[in-house]
Every structure is written in C-alpha cells, then in structure tokens.
Design a binder for this molecule. Sequence first.
Ligand SMILES: Nc1ncnc2c1ncn2[C@@H]1O[C@H](COP(=O)(O)OP(=O)(O)O)[C@@H](O)[C@H]1O
Ligand SMILES: [Mg+2]
Length: 251
Amino acid sequence: MDKINVNKLNLWYGSFQALKEVNAKFCANKITAIIGPSGCGKSTLLRTFNRMNDLVEGVRTSGEVVFEGRNILAAETDLVDLRKKIGMVFQRPNPFPLSIYENIAFGERVHGSGLKRDYLDGVVEESLKSVLLWDELKDKLNKPALRLSLEQKQRLCVARLIAVKPDVLLMDEPCSTLDPQATSRIEELMRELRNNYTIIIVTHNMQQAARVSDDTGFMLLGELIEFGRTEDIFTKPQDKRTEDYITGRYG
Ligand SMILES: Nc1ncnc2c1ncn2[C@@H]1O[C@H](COP(=O)(O)OP(=O)(O)O)[C@@H](O)[C@H]1O
Ligand SMILES: [Mg+2]
C-alpha cells in the first residue's frame, strides 16, 4: 500500500532548483532508500515529507506530496500533527540536554496526550524496548542523555520519535557517525521497525541501501533518475546513469 505518493514535485531554494519533477511512491511497511552523490537533493526530498524545508527562507515548491489522501504541501496542513506522524532522525544524534526519561516523555508532553506519571512511564518503557535499549538503560533513566554513546543516542532519538506513535520514520544518513558494528545493529533495528512503520532512509552508502532496503531511488542533480525494487536497481538498472553510479563511476 502506498503511504506517501509524490507527484511532479519541484522545489526551489530562491532561484536554485533542487528538486525536479520527482515522482515516487513510498510503500507502507517497507524500507525505501534514497541514494545518490552528495548535493543531489536527497535530504531536500526527505525534508519535504515533514515540511522541514519550510524553515528555510525563500523555499518554494510545486506538485504534490500525498499522505493520508491529502497534499501535505497545502498551506492548511497542520505541521505539528504532520511532524508527529512523519518524524525524522538526523545524521548526528541530537538528544535534548535532558534525562533519558525526559527525552522520550518530551513528545508526549508537547502533544499533550495525558501527562500522568504511570502513563509516561509506560511510554518510556515501551519506546526504549522497541529500540532495544530498555535492558541497558532501565536503571539509568534519570541520567543525562548526552552522556550516552553515539549509538545509544541514535537509538534514543528513534525511541523519542516512536513515543509519539508516528506512521513514517525519515532517516537522513542515520549511521554516518557510527562505527561498522553499531551501523549493523542500527540496520537490524530498522528491519525490525519495518513491521510497524514506513521507513525512508537517505544514505550515500550503497552497501547499506542494498542490505537494508526493499525499494531504492537513485537521485542525480535534483532528479529522481530511477526508482524500483532494490534488487532490480542494483542488478539490472534501466538507466545508464544509475548503472554508472552503482558501479562506482561517480564520487
Ligand atoms: N538551505 C539551503 N539553501 C540553499 N541551497 C540549499 C539549501 N539546502 C540545500 N541546498 C542545495 O540544494 C542541493 C541539494 O542539497 P541536499 O538536499 O542537501 O543534497 P544531498 O542530501 O543529496 O547531499 C545542493 O546543491 C545544496 O547546496
Ligand atoms: Mg544530505
């Protein structure tokens, strides 16, 4: 089932066009990877899915990003609600300078659904369990999140998103600061989360895309050149430019 449907999406930063006529469908309970060289618009595309580009002055878009039957680019979209349903994990884990517990309770407090302690306790436990951090952190919930390891911080950021029960998880190079072991554990986590979420990951690591994703889109200079099943993209690309990229002919 399509979760997000992108139709003829264009985006300009001032006079510079960063996305050009992008069409794509992102499926529920799948992991879709967006690959391509640096500066080709991967992060920009990801950020349009929860309207993060709105924070940049002079951004203009045309086309549609349809989620739950509505074009989320429309002016009337409730951005708080949208970002609750479509959450983002960034390259550098960015926990708040708060305790582990408060990092996870934060979203519930903002979105205001019940502030009772035992309710929040339950959310914190469930969220930490779903990122496999509960056992190691359950006795340290009041410790500062900033003291965690990089991998733990990134997991915590995923747990913080999950706490508000999103639909879609956007991940922008979530492993780029992690070592290979931590990377492989995060990839394992993604595969587990796929059962409950739609995951879209930006990565310039092609091996990662091949390992973890069901579908892959290849971008170049703001265009989505090719989109399809990961296996097909990597074994029988239809476009010469995709082939050149996956065989290492671009940087
Ligand atoms: N806030 C911004 N203002 C102006 N140009 C930007 C901004 N963010 C990104 N760009 C430009 O848009 C293009 C795509 O950037 P980006 O989406 O970050 O690419 P990627 O994630 O693939 O490396 C690049 O040329 C970049 O310089
Ligand atoms: Mg980027």
